[in-house]
Design a protein around this ligand. Structure first.
Ligand code: CUA
Length: 325
């Protein structure tokens, strides 16, 4: 217990990346961490008192006069009823206080997004102030609240960024809402927190908190259409179409509207993302090649079919995808 409770304190020295609710980096997570420590302190006090009394009972002199009949009544009422009632009502009150404190951000959200939980990746739709789609990576401006709508078309998922917010379920047929706010720039890992099938454990995402100026740069770049492929990438574009990638993945080229399906992640700015396969792999050409060749070997059960392609086509496809900054 000592080791377990000391671990978050040691990790708290690092900024971001620990995926620990005890390493808060936003106003909501700070409230939650305070609640955790208060409940932990109360629990420890109860344990110490109970074991202390047990020790007294075990080791007190056996030949001491038996005074139980005169003492026990008051003791049972005090320690057995009154003390637990006060402690539990107090803890409940503090819980309610925390729930109310994190219900809404202190100032209105400046960014509105919708996150859609899929088996097993995260679709992210930016709604305001710019409209575009991305996947498995959410960017937020430091010090500003981001309003998040949560939905799921297939099964129940749960959206959780431990360093920023509580977990909120994504339930088919209803829209839940939450908000994210980070106090300092950093990369905060999120994870699906509700068992949703085979690859539940590989359903991660990143929340990247940036200075408002950097965030605006990112926002404009993401809202822009994909770079028109140049001559060198023509073969990659052809492979993308003829091998059927296009039936599930969209690449937006602007004026003509969405190009491609919406079953898998939008790839318009794929190369700008840190990871692929919902946080499972770093976004490098080698990993992308392995993924395109046989995604089932990396993430068994995911919905991307294995499409046999020759090495030349794979290489052309990956170099084309790599230009989608
Ligand atoms: Cu999605 Cu677990």
């Amino acid at each position: 217990m000592v080791v377990l409770s000391a671990a978050p304190v040691v990790l708290a020295a690092c900024g971001g990346g620990t995926q620990s609710a005890l390493n808060p980096h936003g106003p909501a997570a700070s409230e939650i961490a305070t609640l955790w420590w208060v409940l932990f302190a109360i629990s420890m006090a109860v344990v110490v008192i109970v074991f202390g009394l047990l020790g007294v009972a075990l080791f007190r002199r056996r030949d001491a006069p038996d005074t139980r009949h005169t003492e026990s009544h008051g003791l049972v009422i005090t320690l057995g009823v009154a003390a637990p009632a006060v402690i539990l009502i107090g803890a409940f009150g503090f819980n309610l206080h925390t729930m109310l404190a994190i219900d809404h951000p202190a100032s209105p959200a400046t960014v509105h997004i919708q996150v859609i939980g899929h088996q097993w990746w995260w679709e992210v739709q930016y709604l305001q102030p710019q409209k575009f789609a991305t996947a498995n990576e959410i960017h937020v401006p430091v010090g500003e609240a981001v309003q998040v709508q949560l939905i799921a078309p297939d099964v129940i998922h749960s959206f959780w960024v431990p360093e920023l917010q509580k977990k909120v379920d994504m339930i088919p047929g209803r829209t839940n809402t939450t908000w994210l706010q980070a106090d300092q720039p950093g990369d905060y890992r999120g994870q699906c927190a509700e068992y949703c099938g085979t690859e539940h454990g590989q359903m991660a995402f990143h929340v990247v908190a940036q200075s408002p100026a950097d965030f605006q740069v990112w926002l404009q770049a993401q809202a822009a259409p994909a770079q028109q492929p140049t001559g060198d990438q023509a073969q990659g574009v052809q492979v993308f179409a003829k091998e059927g990638c296009i039936s599930c993945h969209a690449i937006q080229y602007g004026s003509n509207g969405p190009t491609g399906g919406t079953i898998g992640p939008d790839l318009t700015h794929l190369a700008s993302r840190q990871t692929i396969a919902a946080g499972e792999l770093a976004n490098t050409p080698d990993n992308l090649t392995a993924w395109v060749r046989n995604a089932q070997a990396i993430k068994p059960g995911n919905f991307m079919p294995q499409i046999p392609m020759n090495s030349q086509d794979v290489q052309a496809l990956v170099s084309y995808l790599d230009t989608l900054k």
